[in-house]
Write a protein that binds this ligand. Structure first.
Ligand SMILES: *Cc1c(COP(=O)(O)O)cnc(C)c1O
Length: 232
């Protein structure tokens, strides 16, 4: 089941790359394993997946303990400052930095361990009230400040596009993210690399790839629907 799902996602990624005239190697597939057991992660590992995304620190730490093999773990969900210390030296990248205070906490914990932590700045490109991420306008000023932190390395931008009915409707947001990344690149901020655009999920990853995503975060299309405990 999972193998077939992955094969189908892989085919769709390849087709999107072809349509956009991009190389397949330009896009990293991050398998979003949140709420799924370690056994499912192992199944995906057996299919060659090494990048996994989790949105909760506690769940991520539990799975890292269960699975000792070296994997690239990505923290993709909102991160509280008091939890930075548990993951700063364990994840490949933090995708969800949206405040200077959070970046400063990452700086503090990374410096203690003498490492450089790779991060993405999360942008709320649709301007949705309930969503985390900085506004389009706040992104450059925030990155100018984070650039001064020696143990925090800005690698690019991340977004969760607003929910839309058809993937095509998400295209404007992905385009906007690409433009924003280009603007930040042109600012030539020392130490800041705008290499990564983390955007696109199960419902819209092909459109995201067509618009320049370098990382797509796909959960449902790989692992099936998630079951959350129902509220009583
Ligand atoms: C859950 C989640 C995903 C994956 O969502 P799917 O629609 O299941 O592919 C991607 N990004 C973030 C930030 C998420 O929280």
């Amino acid at each position: 089941m999972l193998r077939e799902n992955l094969e189908s996602v892989e085919k769709r990624i390849q087709a999107a790359c072809e349509r956009a005239g991009r190389k397949r190697e330009e896009v990293t597939l991050i398998a979003v394993s949140k709420t799924k057991p370690a056994a499912s992660i192992r199944e995906a590992m057996d299919c060659g997946i090494v990048d996994f995304g989790e949105n909760k620190v506690q769940e991520l730490c539990g799975k890292m303990e269960e699975i000792q093999e070296p994997l690239r773990w990505h923290l993709i969900g909102h991160l509280q400052r008091n939890k930075v210390k548990y993951i700063v030296d364990k994840v490949c990248m933090i995708h969800s930095v949206d405040s200077l205070r959070l970046a400063q906490e990452i700086q503090k914990e990374a410096a203690k361990r003498d490492i450089v932590c790779r991060i993405l700045v999360e942008v709320n490109i649709g301007g949705e009230e309930t969503k985390s991420g900085v506004s389009r306008e706040e992104a450059l000023p925030l990155i100018l400040e984070i650039a001064k932190l020696p143990n925090v390395k800005v690698k690019g931008l991340m977004t969760v596009a607003p929910p839309v009915e058809k993937p095509e409707e998400a295209r404007v947001y992905f385009k906007e993210m690409r433009t924003l990344a280009q603007e930040i690149r042109e600012a030539q901020i020392p130490g800041v690399e705008m290499e990564e655009l983390s955007m696109g999920m199960t419902g819209d990853f092909e459109t995201a790839i067509e618009e320049g995503a370098t990382m797509v975060r796909v959960g449902t299309a790989i692992f099936g629907a998630r079951q959350y405990p129902t509220d009583l």
